[in-house]
Design a protein around this ligand. Structure first.
Ligand code: URA
Length: 250
């Protein structure tokens, strides 16, 4: 059609209202053009989308993906947290710092990959008296379904060789909720997302939490995740040194 179209209506309500019904998932139509033009149109559509806008508190931001539009590896996380909605960028808080370290361990820079989320706003919890939100909650299936066309369109535009789903929520969104009961169901093998290979690994926040709670030794948790990253590197035909192969082993 030569333009971006949205088939949704605005639902503006106070940010501390009870969870509300969302309209059906939007129909995303991008302009014909080069990657950058298509990505920019998509970004504008998402950032200005009335439903996304209606779900962010005053002063906070809708969060769209970032990174290299020619990335061969595209990471999909869950939803923005406090730092992300403040800065308007995915994975900039503690989980993001761990993800960035894992990307560097792969021999890549953050600027060489693409990073997006299943959801574009921070799932709301009741406000404190000062209007701020403490803590995060998992997105509902309805929220995931609403935002799914946005990450799908980002994947279509970037056209990565490999998709990495970070955690069960991302896996449920991309593979279908009925296909992902637990991480054990989906880790350790290749899946398909619209014709692209997809690997599921632990969410970096899960690794941080396990380590903080002392549930499993830090090295073991990180090694399990690292094996997923090694599988991605192999599939992406990235060079792997002996040192990289043995990361997190002792
Ligand atoms: N966790 C996510 O899943 N995404 C972010 O952007 C930040 C934390």
């Amino acid at each position: 059609t030569g333009e971006s179209r949205m088939a949704v209506s605005s639902l503006r309500q106070p940010a501390n209202a009870a969870p509300r019904l969302l309209p059906p998932p939007p129909d995303v139509v991008l302009p014909i053009g080069d990657k950058t033009a298509r990505w920019q149109a998509l970004r504008e559509l998402v950032l200005n989308h009335p439903v996304c806008q209606a779900h962010v508190r005053p002063g906070k931001q809708v969060v769209f993906g970032v990174g290299n539009l020619d990335a061969r590896i595209l990471f999909v996380g869950e939803a923005p947290g406090a730092e992300e909605e403040q800065q308007g960028e995915p994975f900039v808080g503690p989980a993001g710092q761990l993800l960035t370290r894992m990307i560097k361990a792969m021999g890549l820079e953050r600027s060489e990959v693409y990073i997006g989320n299943i959801m574009n706003w921070r799932p709301e919890l009741p406000s404190r008296a000062d209007g701020t939100q403490v803590g995060n909650r998992e997105p509902t299936l309805e929220e995931i379904a609403f935002c799914l066309p946005f990450i799908t369109a980002q994947i279509d535009v970037v056209s990565p060789a490999i998709i990495v789903a970070l955690g069960a929520t991302a896996a449920r969104g991309l593979l279908g909720p009925h296909n992902v009961r637990t991480m054990g169901d989906v880790r350790g093998r290749w899946h398909d997302f619209r014709g692209r290979p997809l690997r599921v690994t632990y969410h970096p926040s899960y690794l941080l939490r396990k380590v903080v709670e002392g549930k499993i030794p830090e090295q073991r948790a990180k090694r399990a995740a690292w094996e997923d990253y090694l599988a991605v590197m192999e599939r992406a035909v990235l060079p792997i040194t002996d040192k990289q192969r043995s990361f997190f082993l002792q």
